[in-house]
Design a protein around this ligand. Sequence first.
Ligand code: EPZ
Length: 415
Amino acid sequence: MSKLKIEGGNELTGSIKISGAKNSAVALIPAAILSKTRSTIFNVPKISDIEYLIKITELLNCQVSIKEDIMSIDTTNIRYNAIPEELSEMMRASYYYMGAMLARFKKAEISFPGGCKIGNRPIDLHLKGFEKLGAKITQIKNKYILEAKELIGTKIYLDFASVGATINLMLAAVGAKGKTIIENAAKEPEIVNIASFLINMGAQIKGAGTSTIIIEGTNDLDNGIVEVFPDRIEASTYLILGALIGKDLTIEGAIKEHINPVLDKLVEAGANYNITNNRITISKINKIKPVSIKTQVYPGFPTDVQQPFTTLLTQAEGNSKIIETIYESRFKHTEYLNLMGADTTAEGNVLYIKGPTKLKGENVYATDLRGGASLVIAALIAEGTTTIDNTEHILRGYEDIVIKLQKVGAKIEEI
Ligand code: EPZ
């Protein structure tokens, strides 16, 4: 169990380079098995989730090599294999192998973890879509066996604009005969990133990034090449930090339109920033104004940023409110923020935050990835020393977070 020890109070100045997006990378690696012989993925973040995906890809008899942040995947000798629980349960995104393996092998066998700290996170929309494409699904406890004589393109309407279901069904539809139309598709940038990878392999996909995606099945895909988009959630997390204790803190490499809703909320809270090329420089807000936030699917305010943003709002002069509409219980981190001195109250999917409150160092616990990030931010502004336990969660989604923060003056170390 790794721990972080953080001394609060330092002003942060200098620049932080944003890494490749976790939520793109974890879908691009499974997608690579659709390429007949080889694929290259640039700007791959070095985070633990990637290691598990490499293991699964190698289990399918593919060769994976990484030089710096460039991943090469050789699928020439790919061979079907069931994906064992000890691998697939390490991370939720292993479910992308269902869509990719259905497209490539017309079958898949994989086990899933149940819910996690932020909700029960079912995969019913994925499975319903696979069945519409012609797959037969057998579930034995938390193991799923999918098989299809062939996949036939069809129209799929998603009850909810699920990111995972959109990507997974796009992967499967590429291996189907004829045209598939996904309606009410998610519009997150990750969808566009995966679609561009598949198109570079030779797939025919239109409308990625809109709510209607049209996929024409093809079976001669090869030479996939793609660059992982910069991580919009990582960028948002460090911008929030800059708005709290930054002095000309520069966030390098983010794509502005991917983080517009967060920038807009930061301005509403009193921040100002300037942008030259893809470098955003932000400094501490003197008087943080309270704001109301409602998380929504892209391009609304991202649910993954509501937890780090909560920490900022504990310092606002007045009462703020966050309505979480994507997950049913994504406020578990507030128990520890309150332990540090915050004054937040959760009622159903609404979080009320009274500010400003003085935060002091405590021993706290990362309940989940973004909850952990909210505690890192709290620890950096608190008085005294904080230790955060269970930080595997944080290290899963923020490449080199300790090094990046030390470089801009934070007193943080892994113990
Ligand atoms: C992706 O999860 C991200 N993870 C999440 O980021 C992010 O919070 C989420 O999208 C929303 O933006 C990855 O990309 C690996 P969804 P995903 O399917 O695909 C319900 C992080 O911190 N739902 O859009 O699982 C689900 O329960 C992580 O980086 C169904 O009901 O999100 C949830 O309430 C956390 N049935 C909502 O939809 C389904 O079949 C959003 O889920 C699928 C989803």
